[in-house]
Design a protein around this ligand. Structure first.
Ligand code: PHE
Length: 408
């Protein structure tokens, strides 16, 4: 994306550049997201200034902060594509309160401190009425206090750590939480796979991973399972051989790795190379087509809990998958599904509000009930968490296959 800016910026003549405000880069992201052809657009300097003045009045501005680059880039890109699809649907149907929805997407590069800075910018500079994001709990946890302080509703479509919504009454999520996800996977390990001796390998730098490991462990022990080893790594690590040697000698029947796809892929590869034959298990952080690209055959057959399965025959899912494929040329992953539902629920709350002000949108978010989403039927509870089911899927080649549905 940066190189795109470079290309565009050199094309701008000096005079035009002086006229533009400092948020030029941002506007360019915006324009790109609106699928405008930038070349003729940039030539018409008057056009840019005109657009920036009309945007404020005639549209409802919604922010999205996301990991668009780096080792978890598929989290942000999938979510953003789905949010844009939801936006297009709403706008094609006439918009909300007679206005079009406009999404401003900012890249936090997977860094918590940037996530906080981007949310600040969305609120103070762009004056958005609501915010979508992030996928990763650690990034949402870093940014949500700013939204809470400014009383701007923030909806995370996929951060599952319980602490996220505890930040305050303006913070919502449209996905399940990790105590539920951890329970689902512990039940599955013991009751379905009949595996009792488990090693846990967690990312100590991720609130999501640490939380999910703890919830899984608690339930596993409750059901009579044993944790033969509980070790950690840090996101960004590439060599896991030290810990894997210990895990191997503990002879587990399964290894639970609640991490994100890049490290999980590498861990799986090195585990198989080290001769670990145990079943590999994880959570929603595994969800990405990149998992298989990185982990190859080593991840084959692994099980993880997720927000949805593209295999579903539910008409809502079938139509979502079809529309997404037509628009983007590939099957939507779990983040696309949660991103789409999160955006649609936020848009519904905006529509239900007497006027699109942050406070009234917040009140409507709190009242969401029985929303029929791609990821299931969604109701907001008093803790601003969605109550909904999970699915267990199995890695099969580049994709995953549906194994079971679990309702709360
Ligand atoms: N649930 C993860 C977290 O809270 C993020 C995630 C969601 C990753 C969905 C992949 C798919 O950090």
């Amino acid at each position: 994306m940066l190189s795109l800016f470079k290309q565009i910026e050199v094309k701008l003549d000096r005079k035009l550049r002086r006229k533009l405000n400092p948020s030029l880069k941002l506007k360019l992201i915006l324009n790109r997201n609106l699928n405008l052809n930038l070349k003729p657009f940039l030539k018409a300097s008057a056009g840019i200034l005109l657009l920036s003045t009309c945007t404020k009045k005639d549209v409802i501005l919604v922010g999205h902060f996301a990991t668009m680059t780096g080792s978890e880039a598929s989290f942000g890109t999938s979510t953003d594509e789905a949010i844009k699809m939801a936006r297009d649907e709403v706008n094609a149907a006439g918009g909300i309160h007679g206005k079009k929805i406009e999404i401003i997407t900012l890249d936090d590069q997977g860094r918590p401190e940037l996530a906080a800075a981007m949310v600040k910018r969305l609120i103070e500079q762009d004056k958005v009425v609501a915010i979508l994001g992030e996928v990763a709990s650690t990034r949402t946890l870093a940014a949500a206090p700013i939204a809470q302080k400014s009383k701007i509703p923030l909806v995370t479509p996929s951060s599952t750590n319980p602490k996220v919504t505890q930040i305050g009454d303006y913070i919502f999520r449209t996905c399940f939480i990790d105590p539920f996800q951890g329970t689902v996977m512990a039940n599955f390990t013991l009751n379905n796979l009949k595996l009792k001796k488990v090693a846990i390998f967690r990312d100590i730098k991720s609130d999501y991973s640490v939380g999910l490991a703890d919830f899984f462990k608690a339930r596993l022990l409750e059901l009579g399972g044993t944790v033969v080893e509980d070790l950690s790594y840090q996101s960004g690590d590439v060599d896991f051989n030290g810990q894997l040697t210990k895990i191997k000698s503990a002879q587990p029947e399964a290894v639970f790795i609640p991490g994100y796809y890049t490290e999980v892929g590498l861990i799986a590869l090195q585990a198989r190379q080290a001769g670990i034959k145990a079943a590999l298990l994880g959570g929603d952080g595994w969800e990405s087509t990149k998992l298989y690209e990185i982990g190859k055959d080593a991840v084959e057959g692994g099980y993880f809990s997720n927000h949805y399965s593209g295999d579903s025959t539910d008409p809502i899912v079938v139509s979502f998958v079809k529309k997404y494929k037509e628009k983007y040329g590939r099957v939507p992953d779990g983040m696309a599904a949660t991103g789409y539902d999160g955006a649609k629920i936020l848009f519904q709350a905006i529509a239900n509000a007497a006027s699109p002000t942050p406070e009234l949108i917040r009140d409507q978010l709190a009242m969401i009930k029985d929303y029929n989403g791609v990821t299931g039927k969604i109701s907001m509870n008093e803790k601003r968490d969605a109550v909904k089911g999970a699915v267990v899927v199995q890695v099969t080649g580049k994709s995953t296959k549906f194994v079971q549905n679990v309702n709360p």
